[in-house]
Ligand binder design. Structure first.
Ligand code: ADP
Length: 475
């Protein structure tokens, strides 16, 4: 493709050159010759008319004699570089410049017919066979008493005209060659502006097609081609990023599946071969159960994330009372809260507060946030779930007085499989997927979630929800 595009352009360039030369060498010479003949004929015609109205007319009215007229004609013929004749309508040659007057011998131009040229006052030929080569002959009638008495005919050699024509043509050819060479600039521009960037882009797409998404290239222009190159670069970097994420994701999933499986296998083998005595079996079966629970949790989280990604915005939005959902979710943590002597304090706006969202997904958000708050809280502490109304939005906050999140980790907590070093001791079962699910759900709703946290003091997660229309009516 690359070579042919360039070849096509060069071919088009040469076709343009050949056509230009053909036109210039065929039409232009005949047009130039025509033009030069007409111009010369016009000039000579003025002279011929002058002679016909002055000296020649005097000849027919016998005011001037032959000798005088001839001497004038001789002089003018040198000046005009031509042969001047006076011819009777019958074709008898009365006078010819630079030829002695011969009264005895009558010279007749056979077939002389001034009307043979139609409307034109000049002709280009051998003038009824009286010249051996082509001449430009211009004639002007000599009239007296409204009668045509004869004609003044001026003959010019065509050699001179042909010479002028040739010199003009030479100028045209030189101009054409210069223009043709100058138009090479277009070829250079095409190469620099279109061909070279296009080759870079083609090479880059070949690289991308072969899987090298990290290939980078530069096209330094701010036109459409530059924009195309920039878009392509951007697209490749995005795909490369997505590929990297995918690889990281698979590596994390494999790792998180492998470690519980390894420990399950280890404990079971140890129980079978007697390394773990029978009286200890119950304890270790409990550990195995915990590990399988972790695996189930991990699988469920992965499925949720996958559904969120594939379904995208497909939410089952309804109007529901968020206060009720918060209460229900908090109740489901009663058992664990009792164990850790943690209190969940609810500060809810209004008895009922209707929001428009996907009820199951928002319940999952609350569940994940409260679950984290409990996991990372110290015993005997309080977790506060609070709602507040601001600018037609309901803000839900889940606040704990737990271990907090280090400043450097704050950005990463939303990433899949991210667990801060600080949390590892407190939460061995965590998958690092909870907050990515929360963020994905909130984003799907077109809402926002934020975190404020201080290491060693506590964390607060706040997300927004759209109020339902029913709610506004009630207000
Ligand atoms: P996990 O399922 O492991 O809890 P998450 O995605 O929910 O994963 O959380 C990611 C990480 O963010 C946790 O491992 C923890 O380090 C940090 N984190 C989340 N919530 C809190 C919190 N309330 N207090 C302190 N750290 C938290």
């Amino acid at each position: 493709m690359r070579k042919t595009l360039y070849l096509k352009f060069v071919l088009a360039y040469f076709i343009f050159g050949v056509f230009s030369f053909t036109i210039v060498t065929t039409f232009v010479p005949s047009l130039t010759r025509e033009h030069l003949i007409r111009e010369k004929a016009e000039n000579i015609y003025a002279e011929a008319t002058l002679i016909a109205n002055t000296y020649a007319a005097g000849l027919y009215t016998s005011e001037t004699d032959l000798e005088t007229v001839k001497s004038h004609l001789d002089f003018l013929s040198v000046y005009l570089d031509s042969t001047i004749r006076i011819i009777n309508p019958s074709g008898r040659l009365v006078l010819e410049s630079n030829t002695p007057i011969n009264v005895e011998e009558e010279v007749i131009i056979q077939g002389f017919d001034p009307t043979s040229t139609g409307n034109s006052y000049y002709m280009v030929n051998d003038f009824f066979g009286s010249f051996s080569s082509d001449m430009l002959s211009v004639f002007a009638p000599i009239t007296s008493s409204y009668m045509v008495k004869g004609y003044v005919v001026i003959h010019c050699s065509m050699d001179k005209i042909q010479q002028s024509c040739n010199s003009l043509m030479n100028i045209s050819y030189i101009t054409l060659v210069i223009l043709f060479l100058l138009s090479l600039i277009i070829l250079i521009f095409f190469t620099e502006i279109v061909y070279v960037p296009l080759r870079k882009i083609t090479y880059a797409t070949e690289q991308y097609a072969s899987g090298n998404m990290h290939y980078e290239f530069q096209v330094e222009s701010d036109d459409e081609i530059g924009y195309l190159a920039a878009c392509l670069n951007y697209m490749a970097s995005e795909i490369a990023g997505a590929e990297d994420d995918q690889k990281k994701f698979v590596a994390n999933v494999s790792h998180d599946f492998r470690s519980p499986l390894t420990s399950i296998r280890g404990y079971l083998e140890a129980m079978l071969d007697g390394t773990i005595p029978e009286e200890m079996h119950e304890k270790y079966i409990q550990i195995v159960l915990n590990e399988t629970e972790r695996l189930t949790k991990l699988t469920n989280s992965l499925l949720t994330l996958n559904n969120l990604n594939t379904k995208g915005m497909l939410l089952d939005r309804t109007d529901f009372n968020i206060n009720q959902i918060i209460r229900n979710t908090a109740t489901s943590f009663e058992g664990i809260c009792r164990k850790k002597t943690i209190a969940i304090e609810l500060i809810l706006t209004g008895d009922e507060m209707y929001v428009n969202a996907d009820i199951d997904k928002i319940q999952q958000v609350l569940y994940n946030l409260i679950d984290n708050a409990i996991k990372f809280s110290h015993n005997d502490s309080v977790i506060r779930v609070e709602t507040s109304l601001k600018k037609n939005k309901l803000f839900v906050s889940v606040k704990d007085n737990g271990i907090g999140i280090p400043k450097d980790d704050l950005k990463m907590i939303w990433d899949r499989f991210y667990k801060s070093d600080l949390s590892r001791g407190k939460d061995k079962k965590g998958t690092g997927l909870g907050l990515s699910i929360v963020k994905e759900i909130i984003n799907c709703h077109g809402e926002h979630i934020n975190v404020i946290s201080t290491e060693g003091v506590g964390s607060e997660f706040i997300f927004s929800l759209s109020l339902s229309a029913d709610n506004e009516e009630e207000d």
